[in-house]
Design a binder for this molecule. Structure first.
Ligand SMILES: *Cc1c(COP(=O)(O)O)cnc(C)c1O
Length: 474
């Protein structure tokens, strides 16, 4: 039998000042468990490397290792990152950043009871959607409105309410798939309706829709092809014509706008994205759109349109399963209020503010970032300012890129042996991970969404440049 290594006891280690601190931060149980893990690891190393005091860690080292383990364990899994991808509304990075007003509203609703479903006037029971209904109607011109968990839920609720067990007519050119496994045909099926495809991938005519209408028809669905464009020999039916057909046949027309926007982006010098008001004016009976895309609010699915249809949606028991919580309703209401003053929107709404940043504005920042990074990486790297193109993201304005400025880092060696990936990895392991993109042999940091310059620069020295020396200068 091999002799046991001489290691301090958990109790003794817990009396070290560092561990006393750790126990008060993370709790006695967790601190003791971390020490036990580290002692087991030390024993394991000792067993593998053979006896000898030199292979044993000191008490101090054990405590330090346990502390690191605790910090790692207690660090939140979801944490802030720097989005330098150039995609403003990045679904994987959480889409729209909220306006200060929305953040304040959420914090307030978290700390206190609210009149979420309580009528202050009468003392009776209220409806949670009422906090946003009036605003949505006022901003979009629609008769009525309701809100659910996200736009996918909005589409499901509309389909299930109006076409359960019946047919939903849709153009083959609009059978979209968007990120996160939202495939329109699957959603339609799961909503209980039968898909009635009309037209072809590139061309669908009004007569195709007309021919498909019959006693089984529950609704006509129009879907904004948010993340792609069909170009060339194409034909789709204008919304107003489709609305007229639907109205004549007494069939509801649902328009899934996807992103949709509440303000005409052309007023801010951006490309046109269909607004919810336009869709309502064209005559769609219901319009569905996301809260956290161009609207710039929290995750939500908004449905506006005909009063009788909204009432029908609200009576569907599924609505209860899809409803919004008080926090997001608070944020949504505060965000919608910003739209009452379109002039201050670029200042107050982060999504719009970021989209409107011009390359000239970014230049001083680009120079600072380039110089810091160049100094850190040394002369095996070429670091320069580059023109680049940002995107709106989240399937809005798929073809309209935004001219932006970035910093590109490129290993000078021809055979880089993975140093580029190593650099992206170093950036991802910073306290606030930095997410860029690799393009044509260089790491590009698009500066459009970098607003906290000081915090960003302050952590750059933590990059371990010694891991990034290119292997050779072949
Ligand atoms: C984004 C999008 C959806 C899904 O919206 P979520 O809010 O992500 O659930 C549905 N339809 C279209 C056309 C979209 O662009």
């Amino acid at each position: 039998m091999s002799p046991r290594p001489l290691l301090p006891s958990v109790d003794r280690l817990l009396r070290l000042p560092r561990m006393e601190d750790a126990a008060s931060r993370f709790g006695h149980t967790a601190a003791a468990a971390a020490l036990r893990e580290e002692l087991a690891r030390a024993r394991e190393i000792w067993r593998k490397n053979g006896a000898g005091e030199s292979s044993l860690m000191s008490s101090d080292q054990l405590a330090q290792a346990a502390l690191s383990r605790l910090e790692e364990e207690f660090r939140l899994s979801q944490r802030p990152v720097f989005n330098l991808t150039g995609v403003v509304l990045h679904t994987n990075l959480g889409r729209a950043l909220l306006a200060e007003a929305a953040i304040e509203a959420i914090i307030c609703a978290m700390r206190r009871p609210t009149n979420l479903e309580f009528e202050l006037e009468t003392g009776g029971r209220g409806k949670r959607d009422d906090h946003v209904r009036g605003l949505l109607c006022r901003i979009t011109g629609a008769e009525d409105a309701t809100a659910v968990n996200n736009n996918a839920a909005a589409v499901m609720l509309a389909l299930n309410t109006l076409a359960n067990g019946r047919e939903a007519i849709i153009s083959r050119g609009e059978l979209i798939e968007i990120g996160g496994s939202f495939r329109m045909p699957d959603i339609m099926e799961r909503s209980g309706c039968r898909l009635r495809e009309v037209g072809t991938t590139n061309r669908t005519h009004l007569k195709d829709y007309a021919a498909a209408i019959g006693p089984e028809t529950g609704l006509i669905l129009r879907v904004h092809t948010s993340n792609y464009v069909v170009q060339g020999f194409t034909k789709s039916v204008p919304g107003a014509e489709l609305a007229k057909l639907a109205r004549d046949q007494h069939i509801p027309l649902v328009n899934d706008l996807g992103s949709g926007t509440l303000a005409d982006l052309r007023a801010y010098g951006l490309s046109h994205e269909p607004t919810v008001t336009e869709a309502v004016n064209e005559g769609a009976d219901l319009v569905t759109f996301s809260g956290d895309k161009l609207l710039g609010g929290p995750q939500a699915g908004l449905i506006v349109g005909r009063k009788d249809l909204i009432a029908q949606l609200n009576r569907n028991p599924i609505k209860r399963a899809l409803r919004l919580d008080k926090l997001r309703l608070a944020a949504l209401e505060a965000t919608l209020k910003l739209y009452l003053d379109p002039d201050s929107l670029p200042r107050r709404l982060p999504a719009l503010r970021l989209m409107l940043r011009r390359p000239e504005e970014l230049r001083p920042l680009a120079i600072t970032v380039r110089d810091s990074l160049a100094a850190l990486l040394g002369d095996t790297w070429q670091v320069e300012i580059v023109d680049c193109k940002s995107e709106t993201g989240s399937g809005a304005l798929p073809l309209a890129t935004l001219p932006s400025l970035g910093v590109a880092a490129r290993p000078r060696a021809k055979r880089t042996g993975g140093v580029l990936e190593a650099l992206t990895k170093e950036l991802r392991r910073l306290p606030v991970p930095v997410i860029g993109r690799i393009e044509a042999g260089a790491l590009i940091l698009d500066l459009r969404c970098l607003e906290e310059q000081d915090a960003f620069l302050a952590q750059l020295p933590l990059i371990r440049a010694e891991n990034l020396a290119a292997p050779e200068r072949a």
